[in-house]
Design a protein around this ligand. Sequence first.
Ligand SMILES: [Zn+2]
Length: 233
Amino acid sequence: MILTENDIYHGDLILVNKDHMYRREGETPFERAGNELLSQRAASALKALLKATDSEEDIIVVSGFRSYQEQRDLWESSLSENGREFTEQYVARPLHSEHQTGLAVDVGLNVEEIDFIRPYFPDEGKCRAFRLNAAKFGFILRYPAEKEHITHISHEPWHFRYVGVPHAEIMEQNGFTLEEYTVFLKAYSNTPLILGDFAVSYLKGERFPLEIPDGFSVSGNNADGFVLSRRTV
Ligand SMILES: [Zn+2]
């Protein structure tokens, strides 16, 4: 596999937040999940997670992929309806929303009145089972409580982000947000992090084109390099 600089902005581990905008709209192959679109891998993993927790009828996909235009409309309508303070807490600015990647999904308990910005997702029953099993299927709770100083988004129990396996489990075991995991991995540029059957390492994005041997899964980090992972057995 040959990587170019553009590949830094592509892949399941891209960090999209207020400091890192999304640059690659429209390049992800999509698949339907409920009434929404997600990247293919995220959609398949979500369906498997819903099935494993027997929650296909109870939990609905409230919001998946949003185009730049949709995110801008949501931001502007929330500003006028809910005011700036609420909007900055719960809605990412256009170009800075994970929903533009197709890797983020808002899920909600299937109740009569669905709140589009803050779906009801209580920490009990099927919703709790979904959360507890999410990492096994490659999803993390992206905006946990007590990490608001890092993510700059308020606690959102309904917003999950697909990062893939084994990353979701490493992040969950260590209590890392994606911001923290991106920094953490930089210590593993010479010697990989070994976890179970996986080896994970960081590769700085310089001296392009970069040639990657067969057998690695690669994602850009949307900042300055790549995360490489491979099975060790
Ligand atoms: Zn969301």
